[in-house]
Design a protein around this ligand. Structure first.
Ligand code: BGC
Length: 373
């Protein structure tokens, strides 16, 4: 109840972006059937996804595939089990088997330079999906969420949960000090730095003025990053922190991804926290397991990123490129991959807690009540 006004505002922004992006993506809507939409479409599109270990990437893969197929494309969808050589060879195979465009969510954003040169030599356009591909001039477009803002939202919800911010995101008179521990994502994923920097833009001033304390003393990205976003690694790190800080009670944990939050919660409960007295813990992706945890009062918040809309953007970019048109972008400044600024289309994300999940996730049709039962 208490946070509903602030969260509603954020949800409304999300709905607006949904409506806007619905317009932008009209060509990919699929509701026109085969005839209405000028279906000279065809050809193979290679879709390289990082892993099936996390629900979001499975949903991304399925959404991209079905939307491309509705437009008449053939889809070669591959998941690489978070293994870099596997992803490289999957993309090589896509190129040699005649893909006309590539949509790639990379594992390590710096390891695709050679294979993308092969794509460029064969005249195949490349869309970076969700994660920027670094160090290559051969990335034509990028679609993602506003990743810095995702981090801002994670920190904001952490502070609302702890009572440092009110429901509008304004500073309360809670003096603290509050004990927080920080986690970041995989250092080879370009997004991880954006999430962390966005979060720290909110958190650092409160560390500086003494409202927040990090008992482990670990605040640098390199100290808090979790390679490959592995839940087990986050669990281990949380266990180590508990050993270092002894009896000090933790009030909040900045976690950048639901999978990590699950590992963190396991470490806390085995370390003596009861499930009804956990610190405020954030997340990302609104995965089913973590939504159930939020409903059960364990995890506090997550960030919902509508993968259907991201798929729609990627598909409309491919469709435009293969139809000789220019894809729509809304950011030409933020995403410098070391070789160029990659023209991007950014979507908005939404903070989800127990107070607004029904409205955000059920009303948009992302989940049904049974999915989370
Ligand atoms: C994505 C997040 C996801 C994380 C782990 C990031 O690149 O943007 O949505 O939580 O990878 O899969």
């Amino acid at each position: 109840m208490k946070n509903s006004k602030f969260l509603l505002g954020i949800a409304a922004a999300g709905v607006m972006s949904l409506a806007l992006s619905g317009c932008a993506g009209d060509r990919t809507g699929g509701s026109t059937g085969g005839d209405g939409g000028g279906d000279e479409a065809g050809g193979i599109v290679g879709v390289a996804m990082p892993t099936q270990q996390s629900e979001r990437w499975i949903a991304d893969g399925e959404n991209v595939q079905s939307q491309l197929e509705e437009l008449g494309y053939e889809v070669d969808l591959q998941f690489a089990n978070d293994d870099i050589p596997t992803q490289v060879s999957q993309i090589e195979n896509m190129i040699s088997s005649g893909a006309e465009a590539l949509i790639i969510a990379s594992i390590d954003g710096t390891t695709l330079t050679d294979v993308l040169q092969q794509a460029a030599d064969a005249g195949i356009p490349v869309i970076a999906y969700d994660r920027l591909i670094n160090g290559s001039p051969n990335v034509d477009y990028y679609t993602t969420f506003d990743n810095f803002q995702v981090g801002v939202q994670q920190a904001t919800s952490l502070l609302i949960g702890m009572g440092v911010f009110d429901e509008n995101g304004e500073r309360t008179d809670a003096a603290g000090p509050f004990n927080v521990e920080l986690f970041a994502g995989s250092p080879d994923d370009n997004n991880a730095g954006f999430f962390f920097n966005g979060a720290m833009s909110v958190i650092q001033p409160l560390i500086d003025d003494g409202t927040l304390v990090v008992p482990s003393g670990q605040t640098a990205f390199e100290q808090v990053a979790i390679l490959r976003w592995l839940p087990e690694t986050a669990q281990e790190r949380m266990e180590n922190i508990l050993t270092i800080i002894g009896d000090t009670q933790i009030d909040g944990v900045l976690s950048p991804y639901d999978g990590l939050s699950i590992g963190i919660i396991s470490a806390l409960t085995s370390g003596g926290y009861s499930t009804d007295a956990l610190p405020v813990i954030t997340g990302q992706d609104a995965e089913v397991g973590s939504m159930k945890s939020i409903i059960a009062g364990e995890q506090y918040s997550t960030i919902f990123k509508d993968t259907r809309l991201l798929a729609e953007q990627a598909v409309s970019m491919v469709d435009a490129l293969l139809s000789g048109e220019e894809p729509e972008v809304n950011d030409t400044e933020t995403y410098d991959n070391g070789e160029k600024i990659v023209p991007s289309y950014l979507l908005e994300s939404t903070i989800v807690t127990v107070d607004n999940y029904e409205e955000v996730l059920f009303d948009s049709g992302y989940y049904t009540a049974e999915d989370l039962a």
